[in-house]
Design a protein. Structure first.
Length: 492
């Protein structure tokens, strides 16, 4: 009987927060890291893999995705989880809600969420979990059960849905969100969501550190007014026009409102999602200083780190909040380097060409295009490529996409490669120059705003709990992703 199921040797192990990679080997037994050390290269194992001197990162925890938003959930789970594996992502946490898109219906999560789990089961190539958005008062009442019975301790508020749709102005909130007549999705509802989550933290004190609320921070009234102004003036086009229609101070104002509501309700765990600008980061840090008792976490996407509204390839780069100017990209990288940013995600939302763009003469109209694009397959490679160019240490880059989101969201067995953790591993060739082409992606999306960008690092192999799902850049095996009911796992 062999001592280990797998020994991966001749690798430079990159651990979150570590100063430098360490040449070593990893031994895996029953899907877990069983031992670490250079001497393991000669250990008895059912499978021995030579890592070729590549960097070995813990499998990426992409904490912000949207499977099923534009396509049938089961089909999306297959193709987009393959894109995850292609990019070294081994755990995908997906934001989900009732209303238009996703399953296209309202109702309770007690009936909605089991269907989500059943639909995805057996179809994903990586492990996965969900964040849920309480859209109506009934959902707030369901929060304790979602935590205790379904393993969902993280929730979301879309601040701009008060009078703005997913893609632009909306005058019929109830129809878009499919909430009961007489209810409103507004600041008062956001407050009650916060009170409901805080009550759950008090009800489950042993889980309180891993129960949190995430917020999409934009202000509907500002966006509506600026959209009308930009369209009327007609001076700007494309992604620059879209950025001007949803200006950075809209983010800053929403962050300020959300933070004060967190203070008012006593909700200590707040995640500020996909910050895009210097103004947004500035507002977030001002609120952290004003309310030191709130544990704020600040998220940035790889899209906002790799592209601005002039470099993105076409209107496929339309996303909420928008891509910004180059000065804002640089500000985000400053936050990545100095610790202001807590984690980096893809905000992956596969939107195929036929749905993304308007028809006929509207195809070049940014305001007619759908919002969102994929990118999980470029998350680790893009972060390492640009991060190294800017002098950010590998250990810092690893923490941003592994340990930091795993700790916050209750993935106790993910985000590291110490003994006892899941053997989720991404091998990265640090000297591989390549050009991003959408045609090479496992995603079903036919375009990417990163088209033509040169990256200087590439994910070559991905292991999910010790089983290789990507080999030499190609998907192998069968889908074996499992739902992560959080908190999950015991480390050590």
């Amino acid at each position: 009987m062999t001592a280990y199921d797998l020994v991966l040797h001749n690798i430079d192990l990159v651990l979150p927060g570590a100063d430098e990679p360490v040449r070593t080997a990893i031994a895996v037994r029953d899907g877990k890291v069983a031992a670490l050390g250079p001497e393991l290269a000669a250990a008895d194992a059912a499978q021995v893999v030579d890592g070729g001197g590549k960097l070995a990162f813990p499998g990426v925890v992409d904490a912000h995705q949207h499977w099923g938003i534009y396509h049938e959930l089961g089909v999306d789970s297959e193709s987009e989880s393959r894109a995850c594996a292609q990019g070294g992502v081994t755990t995908a946490l997906n934001y989900m809600r009732t209303g238009q898109y996703y399953l296209n219906r309202g109702g309770s999560y007690g009936t909605f969420f089991p269907e989500v789990l059943e639909t995805v089961s057996g179809r994903a190539w990586v492990d996965y979990g969900f964040h849920l958005a309480p859209m109506m008062s009934e959902h707030i009442d369901e929060i304790p059960n979602l935590i205790s019975e379904h393993g969902v301790p993280s929730f979301k508020v879309f601040m701009f849905y008060g009078s703005h749709g997913l893609h632009g102005k909306s005058s019929d909130q109830s129809d878009f969100l499919m909430i009961p007549e007489g209810e409103r999705y507004d600041y008062a509802h956001f407050e009650f969501v916060m009170r409901g989550i805080q009550a759950a933290r008090e009800r489950f004190p042993e889980l309180a550190a891993e129960i949190s609320l995430s917020l999409h921070c934009e202000t509907a009234e500002i966006m509506t007014a600026y959209t009308e102004r930009v369209e009327k003036e007609g001076k700007l086009t494309g992604l620059e026009a879209y950025s001007a229609s949803r200006p950075p101070h809209s983010e800053g104002l929403a962050i300020t409102i959300a933070s004060y509501l967190a203070h008012e309700t006593g909700l200590a765990n707040i995640n500020l999602l996909h910050l895009t600008s210097r103004k947004a980061l500035d507002a977030a840090m001002r609120m952290a200083e004003a309310f030191p008792h709130i544990d704020f976490r600040r998220e940035v996407t790889i899209g906002h780190l790799l592209a601005d509204f002039t470099t993105a390839s076409g209107l496929g780069g339309k996303v909420n909040p928008p891509l910004r100017e180059r000065a804002d990209v640089d500000a985000l990288w400053e936050g990545v380097a100095d610790g202001t940013v807590d984690w980096v995600v893809s905000d992956h939302a596969c939107c195929k060409d036929e749905r993304k763009f308007g028809e006929g003469d509207q195809r070049d109209d940014v305001f007619a295009a759908k919002s969102g694009f994929g990118g999980t397959e470029y998350l680790l490679a893009g972060l390492v490529s640009e991060g190294r160019r800017r002098g950010v240490p590998l250990g810092r880059l690893a923490d941003l996409v592994t340990a930091a989101p795993a700790r916050r969201y209750g993935l106790r067995n993910k985000g590291n490669l110490e003994v006892g953790f899941d053997a989720d591993i991404a091998l990265v060739d640090p000297d591989h120059r390549w050009v991003v082409r959408a045609a090479d992606s496992e995603s079903s999306q036919e375009y990417t705003p990163f088209e033509g960008q040169e990256l200087t690092a590439k994910v070559t192999d991905t292991f999910l709990r010790g089983t290789r799902v990507l080999q030499d850049g190609k998907i192998v095996g069968e889908p074996s992703g499992q739902y992560q009911s959080r908190p999950v796992g015991v480390t050590g």
